[in-house]
Design a protein around this ligand. Sequence first.
Ligand code: 5RP
Length: 218
Amino acid sequence: MTQDELKKAVGWAALDYVTPGTIVGVGTGSTAAHFIDALASIKHQIEGAVSSSEASTAKLKGYGIHVFDLNEIDQLAVYVDGADEINGQMQMIKGGGAALTREKIIAAVADRFICIADASKQVDVLGRFPLPVEVIPMARSYVARELVKLGGQPEYRQNVVTDNGNIILDVHNLKIIDPIRLEAAINALPGVVTVGLFGARGADVALIGTATGVQTIQ
Ligand code: 5RP
C-alpha cells in the first residue's frame, strides 16, 4: 500500500469514533483530508464540525458540512487529526501544515483526541521531524536565538504565513526526551504563540495505518 492509501484507511477508520448528532473536531493535513471525505459520507448524521484551519474549513464547506465557530460550542466529544510524529506515550509533533495553534486549541476543548497516522509517523523519541513553532513576526530573531540556547537549530519557514498571521520556525536537531518540559519552556518564550509539541495533551487513541491493517492504540 502507498502512504496515501494508509492515510486513507485511518481517515475512514476514524468514523467509528464519531457519535451521530454531535459536532466533530476536524484537523488539518492530507490524513485529515481523508477523514473529511469520510465524514462527508455521514454528513446528514452529524450536526457539523469545528475546524483547525482555513483549508479544512473550505473542504468541509465544499461538502456542505456546517462549520461552527469554536466559541459557539462548549463541549466537543472528539477531535480527529493527523500528526508528524507520535511516540509510545501518545505524545506528538504537529504543525507540518502550519495549523498547530488552532489544532492545539481544539484538542484542548475535545474530550478525546483521535490521532490518525500512517506507520511512518511512529517514533521512539520525538524530534527527527523539525519541531514547528508559531511566532509573532517581530519576535522571530529573538525566539530563534532562544531556541538555539535550548539546543535546536531553528529555520524560518519561507513564504508561510499562518491562518493567524504569524510565521513558523522549524527547529531541527532536537532529541526530545522530556516533551512536557520542552513544551512548557518554548511556550514560555515571549513572542511564541504555540509550539507544535503535544506533550501535556497527547492523543487518547491512535489509529495507525500499517501494511496489515489499521492498528488501534489506546
Ligand atoms: C498540520 C498537522 C498535520 O496533522 C501533520 O502535519 C500531518 O500531516 P499529514 O496528514 O499531511 O501527514 O499537524 O498542521
